[in-house]
Design a protein around this ligand. Structure first.
Ligand SMILES: Nc1ncnc2c1ncn2[C@@H]1O[C@H](COP(=O)(O)OP(=O)(O)OP(=O)(O)O)[C@@H](O)[C@H]1O
Ligand SMILES: [Mg+2]
Length: 371
C-alpha cells in the first residue's frame, strides 16, 4: 500500500500546488475563484476563513473528491488530473470532524481499512493497526472496541491513525478537532505537532479557530468570501502584518495570539521561594512552593504555614523552553500568588517566575518580530 502512495508522488512528502484553480458547482455557485497557492512539502498549511469561502472545496480538490472546473493541482509536481483517481483518494489521508468512522467495524478494522482494501493480510493489518494506535497515543487494547465505545477525543485519534495507515504523502484534515471540548482539543493539537515531528507529512488543515491555526501552522492561508485568498503567510507575519482590514479583523487580537507563539526559553526562574519536603520550616513569611524529593510540585504553602499544613493546589506549571508564553501566563494567573511554576520536561520544578519578569521576555519577542 505504501508503494501505491509512492507511485503518486515519488518518495517522501509532496508539495501541493494550486495553479489558477477554480470550482464552479453545477448550480452556478463559484466555490473557489482562481486560487494560486503552494502547500510546502513536509509542512502544515492551515486554511482559515469565514463559512462558505471555499476551504473544504479547495481541500477536496486535492484528492479529487471534487474536480476543479479550471486550473490544475500538482502533487509532488505531478498533475493530480493525470493520477489514478482511486489511488489518489486512497493514497491521501483524509480526516474529518467527528472522525467519520465506520460504526460497525472495530477500531482496529477501521484503522486498517485502506491497507486491507489494498490487499494487506489480516495479521499484517492487525500489527499495523496496533503500531498506529500507539503512534497517536491510543491504548492498543481499544482496538477491539467499536467507535461508540470511545470518547470524542479517542475517536479523533482513530481518525488520524486511519488516515496515516497508507503512509500517505499528503494528509488532509477538515476541522478534525472542532467537535471536541477545548481541553481535549489542546491535547489533540499537541499530539499532532508531536506526531508531525516524527512523520513530517505535508498536512493541509482546515479550521475556523485562529488560535488553532496559530498553534499548528507553518503557513496560514486566509480565505475570504467569494472563494479567493486574502493572504498567505507565516503565523507571525499574518498577525503582525495583515494585508487588509478583513485579515486584521479575522485574525483578531494579535497581542493575545502572540502569546501562543512566543517561546519561554529566555525566562530565568528563581528558586529561592521553593521549599523541599525534607526541609524543616515553620511560620513561613510568604507564599512558598513545596516540592517532593524528585523536585515535583506538591502545592503552595500559605504564609505562616508549618510542616503538615494543608497545601493550596498548584494548578498549572509550564515547561521552560518547551511550552509557549501563554502557558507561563496561565500558570502565573492560576497560582495564588501570581507566580508561574517553571519545570523541566520531566516536571521537575526549576523555580518560579513572577509577572514583571515575564514582561521583558514578551517585549523582546515583540521587538524581534517587528524588526
Ligand atoms: N455541492 C455543492 N453544490 C453547490 N454549491 C456548493 C456545493 N458545495 C459547496 N458549495 C458552495 O461553495 C461555497 C464554498 O463551500 P465550502 O464548503 O468549500 O466552504 P467552507 O469554506 O468549507 O465553509 P465552512 O467553513 O462552512 O465549512 C459555498 O458557497 C457553498 O455553498
Ligand atoms: Mg468546510
Amino acid at each position: 500500500m505504501a508503494s501505491e502512495s509512492r507511485q503518486l508522488t515519488g518518495d517522501g512528502p509532496a508539495s501541493v500546488v494550486f495553479e489558477s484553480v477554480s470550482k464552479r458547482y453545477p448550480d452556478g455557485t463559484l466555490g473557489v475563484d482562481s486560487i494560486d497557492l503552494e502547500c510546502e512539502a513536509g509542512k502544515i498549511t492551515v486554511f482559515v476563513g469565514p463559512s462558505g469561502c471555499g476551504k473544504t472545496t479547495s481541500l477536496r480538490m486535492i484528492n479529487r473528491m471534487i474536480s476543479p472546473t479550471s486550473g490544475r493541482i500538482l502533487i509532488g509536481r505531478r498533475d493530480a488530473a493525470d493520477l489514478d483517481e482511486g489511488a489518489l483518494r486512497r493514497g491521501i489521508g483524509y480526516v474529518i470532524q467527528n472522525a467519520g468512522l465506520f460504526p460497525h467495524r472495530t477500531i482496529a478494522d477501521n484503522i486498517a481499512t485502506v491497507p486491507v482494501l489494498l490487499g494487506a493480510k489480516r495479521r499484517a493489518a492487525r500489527v499495523l493497526a496496533i503500531e498506529l494506535m500507539e503512534r497517536v497515543g491510543l491504548d492498543p487494547a481499544l482496538g477491539r472496541k467499536y467507535p461508540y465505545q470511545l470518547s470524542g477525543g479517542q475517536q479523533q485519534r482513530v481518525g488520524v491513525a486511519r488516515a496515516l495507515a497508507a503512509d500517505p504523502p499528503v494528509l488532509l484534515m477538515d476541522e478534525p478537532f472542532s467537535a471536541v471540548d477545548p481541553v481535549v482539543r489542546l491535547d489533540l493539537q499537541n499530539e499532532l505537532l508531536r506526531l508531525q515531528r516524527d512523520i513530517g507529512k505535508t498536512i493541509v488543515f482546515v479550521t475556523h479557530d485562529m488560535d488553532e491555526a496559530v498553534r499548528l501552522a507553518d503557513r496560514i492561508v486566509v480565505f475570504q468570501r467569494g472563494g479567493t485568498i486574502a493572504q498567505t503567510d507565516t503565523p507571525e507575519k499574518l498577525l503582525t502584518e495583515p494585508v487588509n482590514a478583513f485579515v486584521r479583523d479575522f485574525t483578531g487580537d494579535s497581542g493575545i495570539k502572540w502569546l501562543s507563539l512566543m517561546g519561554t526559553s529566555g525566562i530565568e526562574p528563581r528558586a529561592d521561594r521553593v521549599v523541599h519536603e525534607s526541609d524543616s520550616f515553620s511560620g513561613l513569611d510568604q507564599w512558598r512552593l513545596l516540592v517532593d524529593a524528585e523536585e515535583r510540585a506538591l502545592g503552595w504553602l500559605r504564609p505562616g504555614a508549618v510542616a503538615g499544613d494543608e497545601l493550596v493546589p498548584c494548578r498549572r506549571t509550564f515547561v521552560l523552553g518547551g511550552d509557549v508564553m501563554r502557558c507561563a501566563l496561565d500558570s502565573a494567573l492560576l497560582s495564588p500568588v501570581g507566580q508561574a511554576v517553571a519545570t523541566d520536561s520531566s516536571q521537575r520544578v526549576l523555580g518560579l517566575v513572577d509577572f514583571p519578569s515575564l514582561e521583558p521576555a514578551i517585549n523582546h519577542h515583540r521587538s524581534q518580530a517587528h524588526a
